[in-house]
Design a protein. Structure first.
Length: 310
């Protein structure tokens, strides 16, 4: 029995890749609701946090050092996903709103100060999968520098799909229906894009990551093996694109997976994990593509934590 135990690879042998920055944020009391999402503007050194609750600011803005800067609340009902995009001329913040009131079922663009610039979807109306820009609880958005946008639509609503929109918000392609088959989804919850033209989707309730060609929308492969215990809630690449950071809410951990640079998707390989405290419930994460720091929005702990690469 001892021999068998000795030959079993222990999790303690995993390389530790991150450590908690206990000084971020400087004053945690600014978090007053459930922190669902976080987005890093690494160009300007800003961190945006989306939180939910009555009579409180829905978006908080911090510096990378952890100082609270300002907040805004207009036209946001129930933030779910948040993303910052920088172009040559300006920056903007995209937010998915899964509320069921007059602002919900939308993907919205704001200025960094919170001015509403653009609404995609029909506010207050849950959509059907037949109409591209009719959302039903859109979970997350990823925007490339070109302005091309990827939306995972389906945080528990009728839609279970992945859309690609052009920079003038026309549908280029969409894929996915509710189901367990190839290219189908059960709560597509998070989306990111790598430098070689692949779109990675956390297919949460199917307990897998699915990968698609960003030009055609064609299915390229999926990873199931790493998620038998708990589905992936969030997908983000590390700054060097060598790894995928995946939040697993029910296990209170971050899984760090080896990312295939080119070629076939292959099988998933878990390189390391970051075990969080009980009941923190990590929901969505984002990565500072300059420093490599990982920010984790935790709805159980009602906080965002920052992890620094070692």
């Amino acid at each position: 029995v001892l021999k068998a135990f000795d030959s079993f690879p222990s999790w303690k042998e995993q390389p530790q890749m991150y450590k908690l920055d206990i000084g971020w944020p400087k004053i945690p009391e600014y978090f007053t609701g459930q922190t669902f999402c976080v987005a890093v503007d690494s160009l300007h050194g800003l961190v945006y946090v989306g939180q939910r609750g009555e009579n409180m600011p829905k978006v908080l803005v911090f510096s990378q050092e952890g100082y609270f800067l300002y907040s805004w609340n207009n036209t946001v009902e129930m933030p779910h996903g948040i993303f910052v995009v920088n172009t040559a001329t300006d920056s903007s913040v995209w937010l998915t709103d899964v509320g069921t009131g007059k602002y919900g079922h939308t993907v919205k663009q704001y200025s960094p100060s919170g001015k509403l610039l653009q609404i995609l979807g029909t506010p207050g109306n849950a959509g059907s999968s037949l109409i591209p820009l009719q959302f039903d609880q859109p979970a997350e958005v990823f925007v490339e520098e070109s302005g091309d946008m990827y939306v995972v639509d389906g945080d528990g609503g009728m839609n279970n799909r992945l859309l690609k929109l052009s920079n003038d918000y026309k549908a280029i392609w969409l894929t996915g229906t509710n189901g367990t088959g190839i290219g189908q989804f059960k709560i597509p919850h998070s989306v990111t894009v790598d430098p070689v033209g692949r779109v990675w989707v956390a297919d949460r309730d199917n307990k897998r990551i699915q990968v698609f060609d960003k030009i055609t929308g064609e299915w390229l492969g999926s990873w199931n093996d790493c998620f038998s215990e708990d589905g992936p809630y969030s997908v983000r690449f590390t700054a060097d694109y060598k790894y995928l950071i995946v939040a697993q809410l029910n296990m209170n951990r971050l899984a760090i997976l080896a990312a295939p640079l080119v070629g076939s998707i292959g099988d998933c390989v878990m390189v390391s994990t970051v075990q969080l405290a009980d009941e923190t419930k990590p929901h969505l994460v984002d990565v500072d593509m300059k420093s490599g720091a990982v920010y984790v929005a935790e709805i159980g702990a009602q906080q965002v934590q920052k992890y620094i690469p070692l």
